[in-house]
Design a binder for this molecule. Structure first.
Ligand code: BES
Ligand code: MN
Ligand code: ZN
Length: 503
C-alpha cells in the first residue's frame, strides 16, 4: 500500500472517503460530496443507523455524479475524544476498503477537527491504515498483490502531513519487524537465525549488536539459560542491542540506560514436561524478544534522546536425551542455585540470566522485561490487559500511562511477599515455581534476581502478544515509555561568555 498526501483528488479513485464525527451530522467535505451525489450520504447514514463511531464506515455503492465505485463515510467518534487511538482505529477502517472488489485507489478527504489540524489527523490515520494493512504472506505462494494499492489523503497542507507521517513511520517499522519475527515458523526462526536477523536488521544503523554464543554464556556462568537450551539441536543465544541517543552533555544519571529484556523461546514444547498437544502456537513464545527488537528499531529510527539497551534470551525448549530434567539443579549467572520442578516453566529461567547480564554490565536505571510467561495470566486478564508486576510504583505508573496512550493496556498484579513463599527448595537456593497464583509466583521468582534498589517491571504478555496472529504488543508501549520519561534533549548551546571588564 502506498500512502500519498496531496491537495487534490485523484482522477483514478475507486473509492472516495469523507469523515464524520459521532453525531453523524455531515460536515465540510462530507457535505460537499453529499450535495454532489444528491443526498446519497445522508440517506445511507439514516438507512444504516450509522453512528459515526471511530472505525465505523458506511458505503454508498455507485454514487450519482461521481466516478468512484463507492462513496464512504468513515466515523471518527466524538470530537472531544479524538485521540491517537481513535485516529488509528479510523485509519484502520480505511485499509479494509481495499478488500472491496476492484478498489485499488482510495481518496480520503480530511478536515480539521476542533483544534486538531487536518495534516496531523491525516498522518495518524495513515499510520492506522498502514498498521492494519499488515499481513504475513511470505509462505503463501499465491499471495494477492497489495503493492498497487494507493491511499491518497486530500489535505490543506500535504507537506506537513507527509512530514508528520514520516516521523510516525518509525512506529510501523518497529511493529512490523516484531510481527514478522513473531510469525516466522520455528523451523526457520531458531536462536541462531533469530540472532542473525537482528544483526542484519541493525547493520549500518545507530544500534550496536553483540551476540553471545553458548561458549561465551558458559564462561559467564549462565546455567539457567543454557539449561533450557540444552535439549535442542539448536544452541541458545543471547543478543545485546545498544542504542545511545542521550546527548553527550547529558548528566551521568541521564546517561544510565533503560534496559528492555525479552523472553525468546523460539519454540516451547515444554521440554521433558512436554505440553499436551505438543505446543501448537508456541512458536509465539518469543514475542517478548520480538517486541524488544521492534522497540529498539522504533526508538533508534526516530533518534530518541535516550540510552536504551535491549537484551533477548533465545533458546528452543525441546525434549531429548540431553534435555534438562525436572529435579535438575542449575547455577544461574547471579550465583543462585535453582531446582527445576517443571521444564515447561522455562521462560523465567532464560530471563534471569539475561536480567543479571544487563544489570551487571549496563547498570540500568530501570529494567523492563516482556515475556509470554504464563497461561495463568490469560485466565486472569484474557487478551485485554497484559499483567504488570513491579517493585516500583513510579515505574508502574509510567508504564500504565504509556500503555493507556498507545492502547496497550496493563493491569498491575501482586508480586513478592506471600507470593514468593512457594519458591523454597529443599536442596537448592530456590525452586523456580510454586503456589496457586501462577503469574505472581513466576514474577516473584524473577524478582529474586533484581538487584537491590533497582527499578524493575515485568510484563506478562502471554494473553496480548498473539491471539490468532502476532499483535506487535509492546513496541509502541516501550517507545512511548522512553519518549515520555527518559529522553534528554540536547540543551541549546550557550553563547560564549563575554569578557566584561571592570567587574
Ligand atoms: N510459554 C508458556 C506460557 C504460555 C501459555 C504462553 C499459553 C502463551 C500461551 C510458558 O513457558 C509455560 O509453559 N508456562 C507454564 C508454567 C507452568 C509449568 C508453571 C504454564 O503457564 O502452564
Ligand atoms: Mn513453557
Ligand atoms: Zn514458554
Amino acid at each position: 500500500m502506498k500512502i500519498i498526501f496531496s491537495s487534490a483528488e485523484s482522477d483514478k479513485r475507486d473509492a472516495v472517503v469523507v469523515t464524520s464525527l459521532s453525531s453523524a451530522k455531515l460536515r465540510n467535505a462530507a457535505v460537499t460530496l453529499d450535495t454532489k451525489t444528491g443526498g446519497a450520504l445522508t440517506r445511507a447514514v439514516k438507512a444504516t443507523g450509522f453512528k459515526g463511531n471511530a472505525g465505523e464506515t458506511v458505503f454508498v455503492p455507485g454514487p450519482a455524479n461521481e466516478n468512484a465505485k463507492h462513496a464512504v463515510v468513515a466515523g471518527l467518534g466524538k470530537a472531544a475524544e479524538l485521540d491517537e487511538n481513535k485516529l488509528l482505529t479510523a485509519g484502520g477502517s480505511l485499509a479494509k476498503i481495499f478488500n472491496r472488489r476492484g478498489v485499488k485507489n482510495i481518496d480520503v478527504a480530511v478536515d480539521a477537527v476542533r483544534g486538531k489540524k487536518a495534516a496531523d489527523i491525516a498522518a495518524q490515520m495513515a499510520l492506522g491504515a498502514v498498521l492494519d494493512s499488515y499481513s504475513f504472506d511470505k509462505y503463501k505462494t499465491e499471495a494477492e498483490k497489495r503493492d498497487n494499492r494507493v491511499l491518497n489523503f486530500v489535505v490543506d497542507d500535504p507537506a506537513a502531513a507527509q512530514q508528520k507521517f514520516e516521523k510516525l513511520s518509525a512506529v510501523s517499522k518497529g511493529v512490523f519487524l516484531t510481527k514478522d519475527l513473531s510469525n516466522e515458523p520455528p523451523n526457520v526462526l531458531y536462536p541462531e537465525s533469530f540472532a542473525d536477523r537482528v544483526v542484519e536488521e541493525f547493520k549500518d544503523s545507530n544500534v550496536t549488536v553483540r551476540v553471545l554464543d553458548e561458549k561465551e554464556m558458559e564462561k559467564l556462568g549462565m546455567g539457567a539459560l543454557l539449561g533450557v537450551g540444552q535439549g535442542s539441536a539448536r544452541p541458545p543465544r543471547l543478543v545485546v542491542m545498544e542504542y545511545n541517543g542521550a546527548p553527550d552533555s547529558a548528566s551521568d544519571g541521564d546517561k544510565r540506560p533503560v534496559a528492555l529484556v525479552g523472553k525468546g523461546i523460539t519454540f516451547d514444547s515444554g521440554g521433558i514436561s512436554i505440553k499436551p498437544g505438543g505446543g501448537r502456537t508456541m512458536k509465539y513464545d518469543m514475542c517478548g524478544a520480538a517486541a524488544v527488537v521492534g522497540a529498539m528499531k522504533t526508538i533508534s529510527e526516530r533518534g530518541a534522546g535516550a540510552n536504551v539497551v535491549g537484551v533477548i534470551a533465545l533458546a528452543e525448549n525441546m525434549p531429548s536425551s540431553k534435555a534438562q530434567r525436572p529435579d535438575d539443579v542449575i547455577t544461574s549467572m547471579a550465583g543462585k542455585t535453582v531446582e527445576i520442578a517443571n521444564t515447561d516453566a522455562e521462560g523465567r529461567m532464560v530471563l534471569i540470566d539475561a536480567m543479571t547480564y544487563v544489570q551487571r554490565n549496563h547498570d540500568p536505571k530501570a529494567v523492563v522485561d516482556l515475556a509470554t510467561l504464563t497461561g495463568a495470566i490469560i485466565s486472569a486478564l484474557g487478551n485485554e490487559h497484559a499483567g504488570l508486576f513491579s517493585n516500583s510504583d513510579d515505574l508502574s505508573e509510567k508504564l500504565i500511562s504509556a500503555g493507556a496512550e498507545t492502547g496497550e493496556k496493563l493491569w498491575r498484579m501482586p508480586v513478592g511477599g506471600a507470593y514468593a513463599d512457594g519458591l523454597k527448595s529443599n536442596i537448592a537456593d530456590l525452586v523456580h515455581m510454586g503456589g496457586r497464583a501462577g503469574s505472581s509466583s513466576a514474577a516473584s521468582f524473577l524478582e529474586k534476581f533484581v538487584e537491590d534498589g533497582r527499578a524493575w517491571a515485568h510484563l506478562d504478555i502471554a494473553g496480548t502478544a498473539f491471539i490468532s496472529d502476532a499483535t506487535g504488543y509492546g513496541v509502541r508501549l516501550l517507545d512511548r515509555l522512553v519518549e515520555k520519561n527518559y529522553e534528554v534533549k540536547a540543551p541549546k548551546r550557550r553563547r560564549a561568555p563575554q569578557n566584561r571588564p571592570g567587574q
